[in-house]
Design a protein around this ligand. Structure first.
Ligand SMILES: [Zn+2]
Length: 387
């Protein structure tokens, strides 16, 4: 499956219809959740059967495409099963929450109810209309699903097709050491640095946070500043996603094997300041959400070093271990063989050498899936009561 994201430009009438659909879907979700809460034994079929009744009682439900409403039932049950998985893993979970106004940002068209007119650059959606779309790249394959997303005052569409991604991996074997100051250093000496624009946006974010706190609550200026803040967050996210996509694509195109270190240990080792940088660089997101799937589809492998491998303290030339190496030391001096090398480069070479004794991250990795579900459900959990 391949996903494409495009911007769409609905006119005023279409925007109103989209907003109406979002809110109606939210109400349908809440009604089904209410029914679910009252059930002693969960009966999915009964909840699914509510939709036709709802359409009779409340005519406004007829204004939304039927499959879009049906999707809300699917959404409810997938939330529920994710919650169950968490509970099985002995995590503290709460109940599913009713969604307040403005909480829903996406609506779904599955299999039918849409048509993409590539020539006239229009996306027609059932019950919404012909929306202008900016097709900045070719859509390959048959469209399986369409998701409309609202983000601040812009609208996007994600098109999922059955096209197979055809990237070929390269032939290099490299290790990457992530460093807090740069993004990372490769074992062949190439430095991967975060985009400078990201730092600029971070500065702007800081400024608008400060601005917001100075504005009077409930004032128009505060609302304006808040919009500005949202826009900056949106920009930061775009810049990061762009950087992750480009970097991971480049890596996969050049390499057939990529070694990385165990991130949980790295995070713990860092002090407060570095931890902040570490968070900023978003290494785990980069690996779990961008690098692994690209590598898998191209036939490239990603290996994670064993957790107890002393990658930064070991000499990459002779294997001597420098126990006194501090976090602030930027160069590695080997007193056995005399090697003087950049600290991060030394670690990257070690990672390249030893990563294959660790774990291969390609293929089904349940721990990453679990972690993703966990982060989604943190928002879901309202109380810590067991149920
Ligand atoms: Zn040495």
């Amino acid at each position: 499956m391949k996903a494409y994201k495009f911007r769409i430009y609905p006119n005023k009438e279409q925007t109103e219809k989209l907003e109406f659909a979002l809110d109606t879907c939210r109400q349908a979700y809440n009604m089904m959740l209410g029914e679910l809460n009252e059930q002693v034994v969960i009966d999915k079929a009964q909840i699914q059967a509510m939709l036709p009744d709802m359409k009779i009682c409340e005519p406004k439900f007829r204004g939304v495409y039927s499959k879009t409403l049906q999707y809300e039932c699917y959404r409810l049950f997938s939330n529920l099963s994710a919650l169950r998985v968490l509970k099985q893993n002995k995590k503290k979970v709460g109940r599913l929450r009713f969604k307040g106004k403005g909480w829903f940002k996406t609506i779904n068209y599955n299999q039918s109810g849409f048509k993409l007119d590539k020539e006239n650059k229009r996306l027609s959606l059932s019950k919404i209309g012909n929306i202008k779309i900016k097709l900045h790249r070719e859509v390959e394959g048959n469209i399986k699903q369409i998701t409309i997303k609202n983000s601040i005052d812009k609208w996007y569409v994600t098109i999922i097709t059955d096209a197979v991604i055809k990237t070929k991996c390269g032939d290099k074997v490299i290790g990457i050491d992530m460093s807090p100051s740069k993004f990372g250093v490769r074992s062949d000496g190439v430095k991967i640095s975060m985009l400078k624009e990201i730092d600029v946006t971070l500065m702007k974010l800081k400024k608008s946070h400060r601005n917001l706190s100075r504005k009077k609550k409930g004032s128009k200026n505060r609302l304006k500043t808040r919009k500005q803040l949202q826009k900056n967050y949106w920009r930061l996210n775009n810049q990061k996603v762009n950087f992750y996509h480009q970097t991971s694509y480049k890596l996969v195109k050049e390499c057939k094997l990529i070694g990385i270190e165990d991130l949980s240990i790295k995070g713990m080792m860092m002090g407060y300041y570095n931890a902040k940088n570490f968070q900023k660089s978003g290494w785990s997101t980069f690996i779990n959400k961008y690098l692994i799937y690209k590598a898998e589809s191209a036939g490239c492998q990603v290996w994670r070093c064993d957790r107890f491998e002393p990658t930064s303290k070991k000499c990459s030339c002779c294997g001597w271990i420098n126990k006194e190496l501090k976090l602030s030391d930027r160069t590695f001096n080997c007193s056995k063989c005399g090697l003087i090398i950049d600290r991060d480069l030394n670690a990257a070479i070690n990672i390249k050498k030893t990563c294959r004794q660790g774990t291969c991250l390609c293929g089904v990795d349940s721990s990453t899936v679990e972690k993703q579900q966990e982060s989604v459900l943190k928002q879901e959990a309202t109380s810590f009561t067991e149920w």
